[in-house]
Design a protein around this ligand. Structure first.
Ligand code: PEP
Length: 250
């Protein structure tokens, strides 16, 4: 294993209840293995389970993140929302921003930029999701879309030390489809190059997300440019999640 951390972000989406939090005990056990020191596991359960996860994961090396936040830095009359200050206050270290399921629900690049800035000012690490949809891919606009999402999402953001990009082609999320290695390497390379130039950062972190499972992980883990994975469906079952983590290294 290299010196770099490999990230495994479990996005539970709108799934899970109090009982299902017991299933992570096996992942906690796995995370304590010495040979997994360079693995960073981050659980992003629904808001309703955040405090249970935080309590369960205290004294472990597993971190917790929220799946979204409101753009306002401060409290306010926004029914049904929670802001990054509240998320930080709970004990989360991460927040996902820009997930395509929230982009389709109204999160545009401007709002995403506000959310990123608000999260950074509350000292949260941001998992910033970007990716093209199938129409954009077919019309060969992927790089243009990625560039626009990065430029607008990171507008006036001064440094990206606390930002990890999750490259998630929208057509790949939940579909069982994964980009070909060559295409994936090209897009990750493009994102890293963009960030290197814009932020003068030698090693920006980029994860891949989209239908990662225990069957395709062996192939995906061959791509050295990928710093880890954002995993939706397959992270909700601990046995599958563990399988993915183990197969990344063996
Ligand atoms: C996701 O939720 O970001 C995701 C990649 O989901 P899935 O792994 O189910 O495609």
């Amino acid at each position: 294993m290299t010196n770099k951390y490999k990230y495994f972000v479990a996005n539970w989406k709108m799934f899970g209840n109090i009982k299902s939090t017991d299933t992570i005990n096996r992942v906690i056990k796995l995370s304590k293995q010495k040979n997994l020191k360079k693995v960073k596991i981050i659980y992003c359960p629904p808001y309703t389970l955040l405090s249970i996860f935080i309590k369960k994961l205290v004294n472990t090396n597993i971190d917790v993140g929220a799946q979204n936040c409101h753009q306002s830095q401060n409290d306010g009359p926004y029914t049904g929302s929670i802001n990054s200050q509240m998320i930080k206050n709970l004990g989360c270290k991460y927040v996902i921003v820009g997930h395509s399921e929230n982009r389709t629900n109204g999160d545009n690049n401007y709002l995403i930029n506000q959310k990123i800035k608000s999260s950074l000012s509350n000292n949260l690490n941001v998992l910033f999701c970007i990716g093209e949809n199938i129409k954009e891919k077919k019309s060969k606009r992927t790089k243009l879309v990625l560039k626009t999402q990065l430029t607008k999402g990171l507008n006036k953001v001064k440094n990206i030390d606390k930002i990890i990009i999750a490259y998630e082609p929208v057509w790949s999320i939940g579909s069982g489809l994964v980009p070909k290695n060559k295409e994936l390497i090209g897009n990750i390379f493009f994102i890293k190059n963009f960030l290197k130039k814009k932020f003068k950062k030698s090693n920006p972190k980029v994860l891949y997300g989209g239908s990662v499972n225990s069957k395709n992980i062996k192939n995906l883990s061959l791509i050295k440019e990928i710093d880890g994975f954002l995993i939706g469906g397959a992270s909700q079952r601990s046995n599958k999640f563990i399988d993915i983590i183990k197969k990344t290294f063996n």
